[in-house]
Design a protein around this ligand. Structure first.
Ligand SMILES: Nc1ncnc2c1ncn2[C@@H]1O[C@H](COP(=O)(O)OP(=O)(O)OP(=O)(O)O)[C@@H](O)[C@H]1O
Ligand SMILES: O=C(O)c1ccc[n+]([C@@H]2O[C@H](COP(=O)([O-])O)[C@@H](O)[C@H]2O)c1
Length: 222
């Protein structure tokens, strides 16, 4: 049986990146045997307002957060691409870049998974990548009870329970990976910082230092 090289893709606004992101990347990589995880900061994320911090700041925070982990890579394609950062376009780009021996594994937290039917060309995502779903505190079950029937059917047809089987296909399977539940969100970190409270231990010190030096998320700052 052929084995594809598994490449994780974790897209996010990363406004800022935090231990919730880093821990799901680490646990999914370990559970599925991913060769690498690409962190993709969105330039102009769809379905939400403009990020608080500029794209370059968010990318620099990811760079600092993943420093020292050779398996974690900063992928800048969305911040360099003009226009809305649709994931389907990113996967198209990555699909061409990684070559035929690799399989992309798009990692989605529970909130992102619940909103998947609203994403641009979501069916095409399954032609380009595997979907790796991760529960998130406060965002309900996977599969989401309100997924439309078509996505629920895709889940039943494509779901895998054995992680090692993911590498047998270049794309198109879905799997839910159990990870440590961390009730950390970027919005709660922004709220803490904006009200002058500590966000220490929710994200790496290097990222907090960057936030302080660049005066991000302060009442008077960006
Ligand atoms: N604590 C967490 N546990 C599991 N998944 C998470 C967690 N935090 C973020 N994710 C997932 O990481 C991806 C990127 O998340 P994002 O950058 O939007 O962070 P966020 O904390 O959700 O931000 P915000 O609070 O601003 O919405 C999404 O798929 C999201 O579901
Ligand atoms: O492609 C889409 O239509 C789409 C719609 C909503 C979200 N996304 C991606 O999902 C990731 C998390 O988004 P968000 O808004 O929860 O930060 C980020 O990489 C977004 O670009 C993608």
């Amino acid at each position: 049986m052929k084995n594809f090289r598994l490449i994780g893709v974790l897209g996010g606004t990363f406004d800022p990146v935090h231990y919730g992101h880093l821990r799901i990347a680490e646990e999914v990589a370990e559970a599925l045997g991913l060769a690498e995880v690409r962190f993709v900061p969105a330039g102009h994320p769809p379905l939400r307002g403009a990020p608080a911090a500029a794209a370059e700041h968010r990318a620099q925070m990811v760079r600092l957060a993943i420093a020292g982990n050779p398996r974690f890579i900063l992928e800048r394609c969305e911040i360099e691409r003009p226009g809305t950062s649709y994931t389907v376009d990113t996967l198209d780009t990555l699909r061409r870049a990684v070559g035929p021996q690799a399989a992309l594994c798009l990692i989605l937290g529970g909130d992102a998974a619940a909103r998947l039917p609203a994403w641009s060309r979501w069916r095409r995502l399954l032609e380009l990548a595997h979907l790796v779903l991760v529960r998130r505190p406060g965002s309900g079950e996977i599969p989401a009870p309100d997924w439309p029937a078509e996505l629920a059917r895709q889940w039943e047809e494509r779901r895998l329970d054995a992680p090692l089987e993911l590498a047998h296909n270049p794309a198109g399977r879905m799997i839910c990976v159990a990870t440590t539940a961390l009730a950390i969100s970027a919005s709660s970190i922004r709220d803490l910082l904006r009200s002058g409270r500590s966000a220490r231990y929710l994200l790496p010190d290097s990222v907090l230092d960057y936030i302080e030096v660049n005066r991000l998320y302060t009442p008077g700052g960006g």
